[in-house]
Design a protein around this ligand. Sequence first.
Ligand code: SAH
Length: 222
Amino acid sequence: MISKGDRRGIGMTSARTRERLVARLRAAGIRDEAVLDLIREVPRHLFVDEALSSRAYEDTALPIGHGQTISQPYVVARMTEALTDGRRLQRVLEVGTGCGYQTAVLASLADEVFTIERVEPLGRRARQRLKELGVYNVRFRIGDGWEGWPANAPYDGIIVTAAPPEVPEALLSQLGEGGRLVIPVGPRGRQELTCIERRGGRLEESSLGLVSFVPLVHGRQQ
Ligand code: SAH
C-alpha cells in the first residue's frame, strides 16, 4: 500500500494537476471511485524519467526506455475497472510490468499481484520502485508472460499490457471460475481491448473499444 503521507516533494500544483486528471477520467466515463482514488494517490511522476515528470499527470502514454511506454492513465483506469468489476481480487497476474505503475494500482485492489516482464532492466527498476513505495504484496518475475505463471494459478484477474495477435491459450487456462482476463488483441496500432470472463465452463467475451499498445513479444529479452 502506498501511504497517503508519502508525497515526496509534491506541492499544491501537483495536487491540482492530479485532481484535473481525475476529473478528466471521470468525464471520459471512468466510474469506479476506488480506481479514481488510486489515480489520484499513486505518484505517477515517480514512475517516469525525471525529465518527463512534469507531464506525469497528463492523460498520455510516456516513454520509459527500451522502446516501451507507461500506459495512458485512462487506459490503466479502464482496464482496472473492467478487471475488478468493483470487487476486491485475491490473486492477479499482470503481463508486462513495464515501469510498475499499473502494478502499483493493482496492488491496492488485490491481495497478491504476480507480474512478469521480459525486459530485465525494466522489471528490476519496477521492483525497486515498488519497494521504495512500500508496496509488498507483489511478486516479480523476469520472463515470457506469453506462458503466464502457472505455479500460482488460478487467478481471479489477469491483465495484459502489451498486445498479442490472439489471446494466448496459456492465459485462458490459468483463469479461474468467475475470473476476468483483460487484454488488448490485434495488430500494432489497432487493437481491441477485450474482456473475457470464465463463467461455468464458458468464456464470455466483450469489447471495450480500440486501443494502441506495444506488441506482446515472444521470449525473454536476451
Ligand atoms: N503497464 C506497463 C506497460 C508497459 S508497456 C506500464 O504502465 O508501465 C508493455 C510492457 O510489456 C513492456 O515493458 C514490454 O517489455 C512488456 N512485454 C512485452 N512482451 C512481453 C512478454 N511476452 N512477457 C512479459 N512482458 C512483455
